[in-house]
Each structure stands twice: as C-alpha cells, then as structure tokens.
Design a protein around this ligand. Structure first.
Ligand SMILES: Cc1cc2nc3c(=O)[nH]c(=O)nc-3n(C[C@H](O)[C@H](O)[C@H](O)COP(=O)(O)OP(=O)(O)OC[C@H]3O[C@@H](n4cnc5c(N)ncnc54)[C@H](O)[C@@H]3O)c2cc1C
Length: 210
C-alpha cells in the first residue's frame, strides 16, 4: 500500500550510484542490488539492469517519457511498461523516474550494499575497461560466463580485446583494443560456444552500427 512504500523521484541523467547513496541516506530499501552497476538511472531503467535475482522493473512506480518525434511528455505507470530480461520497450526518452521503495533500517541497507559490492568486486573484473556482461544468460542451462569458460575461452585475445580471466562473460580492453577487435572476439566466442554446446548466445551489450 502507499503507506508502506516511499517514493523517490529522480532525473534519468542522475548517476545510479548517486541514487543508491540517496536511498541509503534516507533509509529506503529496494535499490541495494544496483550497487556497483555503473551508468545513469535512465540507462539502468532502459536496460532493465540488475543481478541474478533482481532488476529495475521491481522498483519502478512510473516513468516520465519524452516522445522525440512530437516532443510530447507522458507518464507511464509500471503496469503499462513492458520489462523483460535486460530490456524495456520504450516509446521515447526517459526524463525521470519515480521509484517505489520501502522504509527500512539504514544499517541493514548499508550492510546489504556492502555485501553486494564485495561479491561483485570479487567475481567480476570491475577495474578493467569493459561494457559489463557481454552476453545474456540463456533462458535455461548454463549461464553465458560458464558456457564461455567451459569452451576454453578464458584469456583468449584478439589484439587488445580479451576474454576476462576473472569472469568469462566480460570482454575487456587491455589497452589498445579497437571496436573491431571486440566484435571479432564476440564473433569468435559465439562460434566456439555454438560449436561446443549448440547454444546461440545473444548479446546483452547493445552493438550499434555493426
Ligand atoms: C564493470 C561493469 C559492471 C556492470 N554490471 C552490471 C550488472 O551487474 N548488471 C547490469 O544489468 N548491467 C551491468 N553493467 C552494464 C551497464 O552498467 C548497464 O547497462 C547500465 O545500466 C547502462 O547505463 P548507461 O547510463 O551507461 O547507459 P548507456 O550504456 O549509455 O545506454 C544503454 C542503453 O540505454 C539507452 N538509454 C540510456 N539512457 C536512456 C534514457 N534516459 N532514456 C531512454 N533510453 C536510454 C541507450 O540508448 C542505450 O540503448 C555493467 C557494466 C560495467 C562496465
């Protein structure tokens, strides 16, 4: 009910980490899962960013959307938004969002955020240059990282682009990788995983102008 929820209104261009910090400071629970995910609030919503168990779809109350063609604004309620795995059907640009969170004990929220960050930092190459997880996890069976690792691709390099040694679903730029190097490595991964496991990987990273 409205009494149990607390609403946070934020601009889409706000950094997600700033919004997470704000919710901690105001003892609001719900966004702990987003700690450590880089980018803006709008980007996180547009990508339905999240972790294994939670994503942005779970905390959105409504979005203010700009239609680029007619330059009109409309508010879309959660029930009118089609979220799916790392995807949101969008009729325009997100200008701002209302998040539905729950009042909770600040110390507990902070502890959860710390645990999440610790887990992320120890299992993902967060310090390296990357675009995050490159492929979506298939709907069933092994997650993408495991498929890539078990196909023997950890550490595989094409010029400066490399399959991370820490988490095989990350393609990292070791210094001088070009976009072409990263896309060549992506194709090599897709081919090898398909030949090994007959699984067609789909990218989570959006590739523009390929
Ligand atoms: C080290 C690392 C770790 C990561 N970990 C995770 C993770 O754990 N979980 C996860 O889900 N992702 C993760 N990511 C991926 C990335 O952080 C998210 O996809 C991020 O939320 C994208 O936000 P951005 O602001 O960078 O958007 P961009 O990358 O700039 O844009 C992403 C897409 O959203 C669209 N978009 C952006 N803003 C708006 C807007 N206001 N209105 C409409 N469309 C918009 C863009 O057009 C584009 O199609 C990680 C990335 C890195 C580098």
């Amino acid at each position: 009910s409205a009494l149990e929820k607390s609403l946070v209104y934020a601009a889409a261009g706000e950094r997600l980490s700033t919004v997470v910090r704000f919710t901690i400071d105001n003892s609001l629970s719900g966004l702990e899962f987003a700690a450590g995910i880089p980018g803006t609030l709008g980007g996180a919503i547009a990508m339905n960013a999240g972790t294994k168990n939670q994503d942005m779809s779970g905390i959105i109350a409504d979005l203010l959307i700009l239609d680029q063609t007619n330059l009109t604004l409309q508010t879309l309620e959660r029930k009118d938004l089609e979220f799916s795995y790392r995807h949101l059907e969008l009729p325009g640009i997100i200008i701002s969002a209302t998040l539905a969170l729950k009042p909770a004990d600040r110390t507990r929220i902070e502890q959860t955020v710390k645990q999440n960050l610790l887990y992320k930092n120890s299992t993902q190459p967060v310090a390296a240059a990357s675009a995050g997880c490159f492929f979506k996890n298939p709907p069933k069976g092994m997650p993408a990282g495991e498929l890539i690792e078990k196909s023997g691709l950890k550490g595989m390099k094409i010029n400066g682009a490399m399959v991370s040694q820490i988490h095989a679903n990350y393609i990292i730029n070791t210094g001088d990788a070009t976009c072409g190097d990263i896309l060549s490595l992506k194709k090599h991964i897709e081919k090898t995983v398909f030949n090994t496991y007959k699984v067609k990987l789909e990218t989570e990273v959006r590739v523009e102008g390929e």
